[in-house]
Ligand binder design. Sequence first.
Ligand SMILES: [Zn+2]
Length: 481
Amino acid sequence: MTGIIILIAVAVFVLILFLIAALKKPPQERRMPIKEEVDAQAAAGRLAGAIRIPTVSDFDRSKMDYSRFDELHAYLKRAYPLVHGTLTREVTDRKCLIYHWQGTDEALLPAGLLAHMDVVPVNEAEWDDPPFSGVIRDGYVYGRGALDMKGQLIAVLESVEALLKEGFAPKRSIYLLFGSDEEPMGEFGAKLISEELQGRGVRLSFLLDEGGAIQDGRMMGVKRDIALIGICEKGIMNLRLTAKGKGGHASMPPRVTAAGGVARAVTALEAHQMKGSFNYAAENMFKTLTPHMGGAFKFFFANQWLFGGLLKSILCKIPASAALIRTTFAPTQLSGSNAPNVLAGSASAVFNIRIAPGETDQDVLAHVRKAAPDTQQDVIYYYPPSPVSRVDTEEYRSVARAVADAFPELVVAPYPVVAATDSRHYYNICDHVFRFVPFLSLKDDLGTVHAANERLSIESLGRGIAFYKHLVRTTCGPGQS
Ligand SMILES: [Zn+2]
């Protein structure tokens, strides 16, 4: 009898879990298809022109050829005459560009559209075509920067040029903010621009930078692809771990060596990771996606109150999802002695650590000391995780709506960006910092970013331009208050 009662209770409980999942239905959205005129072919030609100017940045700024940025500035001036005839433009000491498009209502906080003009260096031997030749072939623009991020730079300028041509006048002012050293961390670009604007008393309503993406939904059990809007980004720490040992001739090695010590530290940190947690951005991402999920995904995510722990441990096993919910450790550089027959007196490993929102350098160091107690820790670089932009605001809703309108085939969700962008330097003047790459072809070509044969499809460029036009119209046009 008791057995039957337990069985019935379990059955009812499972039924309730299924019901909870079934009740999570996608919201009824009214998406108005956008009709923006775009000449994608002509834009592709102008993107190719921008790619042909190799504005390569370097951690050692003295190695940067800043005259290339002058060249790019002159090129943009020729390519976008209406932008340069209407907006004011300033060039900073480090060749960044600040454009200001005056709106008709001074009471509205301006919007910011960001891009960076610099690109990472190339290994020319790996490329099918010269990386700075801007080849257009089979519907793609090829070259360093096509995706990261001259494509977006050009899409922003194309959209403003087109809107001006159509006689559009913004009600909300708009800043176009283009950095010159995003790749080496933006210290002299984005950081100085934001400080300059802060000094002038400028505050931004919202800003949009690179960082989010369009992703295959299947990895989350979602049938449609997903447009991810980054609402925060992880922190970065470069940490050197050093193990000491007895140096000397390698013919009579001691039982414990410096190289062995550092190797043990690397294995220990791989084996003992920091805990995963559903931070605000991850939590809201899963919350938004759950109604769109199918099958087991939906069952488990809809009942997170019960399966939260299990989900976390599964997500932590997959690198792509682990990066979203926990701090990650990547050993990137190892060094020991400089001769094959010499024992290292000290050996070291450098870790590139991406710190989850809500955690700090102290949390990371405490974890490292516990996992690798016999090493010395030296922090080479630290930038804390960014604040998180909330999703229950009109600023988020209006950007998300513009994305949804421009890409009606996608599910739109917030998420934590696992890489770093220029936008993290702008929290001093903006609370609503968002990141999104409006290019569908990025999904298939993500592997070409910072690698060989980087490319952007012309069709994707066209839709990206349409997105920016629509975004400006809906967030900065008449009807703003
Ligand atoms: Zn970039």
